[in-house]
Design a protein around this ligand. Structure first.
Ligand SMILES: [Zn+2]
Length: 79
């Protein structure tokens, strides 16, 4: 079974460039600043990404905020 997100991306492969994927949990979301980058005329397909994905910010290591927090908790425990 293909989920809606994957189906949308396979129909609009050029939209994949706007998708972030966390390298730890493989959670996907759109890059939070895409609409600003495309302002004032974001293509409809890109605006529709927001129907399928939530914004997902990644840090420099390609890790989402949640995993980043988990990592830091683990690091704190090991001290
Ligand atoms: Zn993650």
């Amino acid at each position: 079974m293909i989920d809606n997100e994957e189906e949308y991306l396979s129909m609009h492969p050029n939209q994949r460039k706007w998708i972030n994927e966390c390298s730890m949990c493989h959670h996907r979301g759109y890059k939070p600043n895409i609409l600003e980058q495309l302002y004032p005329y974001p293509p409809t397909e890109t605006r529709n990404l927001r129907c399928y994905f939530k914004p997902l910010a990644l840090n420099n290591e390609g890790i989402c905020e949640d995993c980043d927090k988990l990592l830091k908790q683990k690091q704190n425990k090991s001290y």
